[in-house]
Design a binder for this molecule. Sequence first.
Ligand SMILES: *[C@@H]1O[C@H](CO)[C@@H](O)[C@H](O)[C@H]1NC(C)=O
Ligand SMILES: *[C@@H]1O[C@H](CO)[C@@H](O)[C@H](O)[C@H]1NC(C)=O
Ligand SMILES: *[C@@H]1O[C@H](CO)[C@@H](O)[C@H](O)[C@H]1NC(C)=O
Ligand SMILES: *[C@@H]1O[C@H](CO)[C@@H](O)[C@H](O)[C@H]1NC(C)=O
Ligand SMILES: *[C@@H]1O[C@H](CO)[C@@H](O)[C@H](O)[C@H]1NC(C)=O
Ligand SMILES: *[C@@H]1O[C@H](CO)[C@@H](O)[C@H](O)[C@H]1NC(C)=O
Length: 570
Amino acid sequence: MQLSPLQSRLAASLIASCLVIILYVFLFAPQFAFAADLSQVPSRPGFSGSSYDLDDTADLIDARRPSYESDFSLFDRSIVGRVVDGATPIAVDTPTLGNLTPESTFAYVFEVASVSGRSAQEHATSHELRRSLDGPQGLAAGGGGDEELGSELDVVRRQTASKTLYISVNTCIQPSRISPDQTTIDPPQLTLYVSTSSDNTSPGPENTQGTQKLVFDEGAVMFNTSLDRDIYFSISAPEVSETDFVTTSPYNYEVAVSLTGYYRSYANNAEPNLIWVDSDASSSLLTTLNLTSLPEEVVSTPPYVVFVQNTKNPNINGIRKSYCGLSNWAQIRPLEDGQSQASTGLRQGGVANLTMQEFYVTGLNASANYTGIVALNTSLSLEKRQEGGSGGGMIVYNAITFTTKPNGACTFVFNLTLCTETRYAVPGNLAKFPNGTALAAVYDEYTQAMWANFEKVLQQTPCQAPPTERYSLARDCDDCKQAYKNWLCSVAIPRCEDFSSADESYLHMRNINAPFPNGSFVNEDIRKEFGDKKAFNSSRNVEIDEKIQPGPYKEVLPIFLSIAKFKIWV
Ligand SMILES: *[C@@H]1O[C@H](CO)[C@@H](O)[C@H](O)[C@H]1NC(C)=O
Ligand SMILES: *[C@@H]1O[C@H](CO)[C@@H](O)[C@H](O)[C@H]1NC(C)=O
Ligand SMILES: *[C@@H]1O[C@H](CO)[C@@H](O)[C@H](O)[C@H]1NC(C)=O
Ligand SMILES: *[C@@H]1O[C@H](CO)[C@@H](O)[C@H](O)[C@H]1NC(C)=O
Ligand SMILES: *[C@@H]1O[C@H](CO)[C@@H](O)[C@H](O)[C@H]1NC(C)=O
Ligand SMILES: *[C@@H]1O[C@H](CO)[C@@H](O)[C@H](O)[C@H]1NC(C)=O
């Protein structure tokens, strides 16, 4: 078709007009989007939390909260409305602290738009790549060299990959007790309200329509939801009894959202990941499970932190699953200057020669019960890193309880030179050896002397002889050395229990004629019956009675010792 000059001029100006309109639509699009938002509102006119900026809906303007002052019709609600609402925008991986007085609520909003750009795509991509690597379908598609199919699959996955938002909140401070003697009632827990409905932008105790209510568990809460729209959530403080607690002191919490996993989490019904090894009257050794599954694997930084609390002290009641709470309140915790009553280190050993982390806790009270809790820094954990866990996250594990011994003959020793597996309380004497270090040196010296004798004997054995001349093909000199070492360590360094501990078949009374540290003696009936028997009136080895001179104690018989050790290491 041929156009006349007039027609082509019309066509040109039509096209130009269209371009201008498109340009206009392009520049002022937010107003149109905002018109779409409006359609929902008139159906809920009484909605007090409304933040919609409705300049042509008079009755709704009147319903606005008195504090509302700005009326800029040019700005959409993402700028003005939120401030009105008090729903504070929160960004990913940015832990935020907040205060709440009792019976108040603070609202947050996570805007899906804040991650719908590049960062969200990155998350989705890395997530999908990882899955396509270990899934057999992914391998078949990507690995077969069929690039077109592979990339097609990738596109489909990226579009369907739904992002998940992980919300975690920890209670850092609770209202304090009016009387420290009031230990029966703990402060009530905070509550998290999450709105799953786009109609409810300020969920809370008075606004529960379309919300999920989650009461904190021991000071912590975790919630995940698919991120297909803005997520509104709020943290609410309950009513607090004025007779038991200082109601003017606020709750303090730490909230964080992430797309890769919980920033603060706790392990429910899981292993405590902490084992009590042994104690004396003032110190205790705790260990984690193995951190590695092969002896060659190397852990460079200890990934756990430990918190220890006298069970009589109520300060961590109600926040035992909160990393923030434990870091603030536990009696023994890592301090800001890097000091702690718990020293920690990595140790490779045990039956399978794996690495674990040990905690040596000092300054404890005698005959007391303690709670021990570990938290794992996931960015330092070999296993969690392999799983692709979130960086910088903390997992709090379940508590264990342990006890300290009475002030008696037993002192805890570890870190010996020859008997590297010896980590338990041994017969000691606090007047002569106030701490384990000096006492361990005595046992070390003795066992090394015995070991030197054994090595001299072994030198007369043809260890390097050809197989035909050997005593046994199944065992060599190294096996012999190891067996002797195990025997020597368990016999020369007896494991000690306090004399007051209940009689058990695996316990044997020793040194019953000697005085206790406080000068008193063992019950006279016992001394009359057993006092003249060498097995009861002395230690297993003379060196202990001569150099250490412990008071009366009970020895864990060596055969049970190896079973106890086995229990610890398996
Ligand atoms: C997400 O929440 C659901 C229940 O709401 C739960 O079953 C699931 O384990 C959670 N996912 C994670 C990774 O915690
Ligand atoms: C501990 O070691 C065992 C093998 O002895 C292994 O199966 C297990 O996965 C290890 N645990 C951890 C947490 O690495
Ligand atoms: C030891 O006991 C005292 C007095 O009962 C107490 O104040 C202190 O907190 C206790 N310390 C530990 C570490 O248990
Ligand atoms: C163990 O002993 C070595 C030296 O024998 C010492 O350097 C190290 O600090 C000790 N470890 C602990 C935890 O006491
Ligand atoms: C252990 O006791 C000895 C004295 O016997 C003392 O010199 C040393 O400083 C003490 N070590 C610790 C860690 O308390
Ligand atoms: C002395 O210590 C022993 C053992 O610890 C205990 O049974 C006894 O009651 C104590 N005697 C006094 C007078 O404190």
